[in-house]
Design a protein around this ligand. Structure first.
Ligand code: AIR
Length: 162
């Protein structure tokens, strides 16, 4: 049975330049929790974009987004999902950008979010995802800001990546 596409450009903060952080989530139902990451970035004046993209429902779109992110100037990706939370890992499989995974405690979880936590943390060697705690999108935003800060010691904008 065909699945209804859920691709949505949910929000792009007013930007002086291209977004430096991409925030992804597996469902619109994850939005309230994932806004914690967006708020931390906005508070620091870091341009970011937000996308609803499911690794299972829209696998091709997820791969395309991840593959093209670096060339668009994105420096860090944050990906949150619940249940069988493949999104952070699939994103990491398609990019060399740092990926921060946010395990989410979906209402449908049979294990209070432990399913998502293990899915995000237990990546195979060679494909790293930096995981934050359950539902802790705020920490993902803070960590992304710190990664960007250390990659731009002068405090300026990064040079374009070919
Ligand atoms: N999800 C969506 N596609 C793959 C996964 N793992 C997750 C979402 C959400 C949960 O499934 O990240 O946390 C329930 O999604 P929905 O759309 O049914 O509310």
């Amino acid at each position: 049975m065909a699945t209804e596409p859920q691709l949505a450009v949910v929000a792009t903060e007013p930007a002086e330049g291209p977004p430096l952080v991409g925030i992804l989530m597996g469902s619109q139902s994850d939005m309230d929790t994932m806004q914690g990451a967006a708020k931390e970035l906005a508070d620091r004046g870091i341009e970011h974009e937000v996308r609803v993209l499911s690794a299972h429902r829209q696998p091709d779109e997820v791969a395309e987004y991840a593959r093209s992110a670096r060339a668009r100037g994105i420096r860090v990706l944050i990906a949150g999902a619940g249940l069988s939370a493949a999104l952070p890992g699939v994103v990491a499989a398609h990019t060399e950008l740092p990926v921060i995974g946010v395990p989410l405690s979906s209402r449908l979880s049979v294990a209070a979010g432990l399913d998502a936590l293990l899915s995000v943390v237990q990546m195979p060697p060679g494909v790293p995802v930096a995981a934050v705690g359950l539902d802790n999108a705020r920490n993902a935003g803070i960590l992304a800001a710190r990664i960007i800060d250390t990659s731009m010691p002068s405090g300026g904008r990064p040079t374009a990546v070919a």
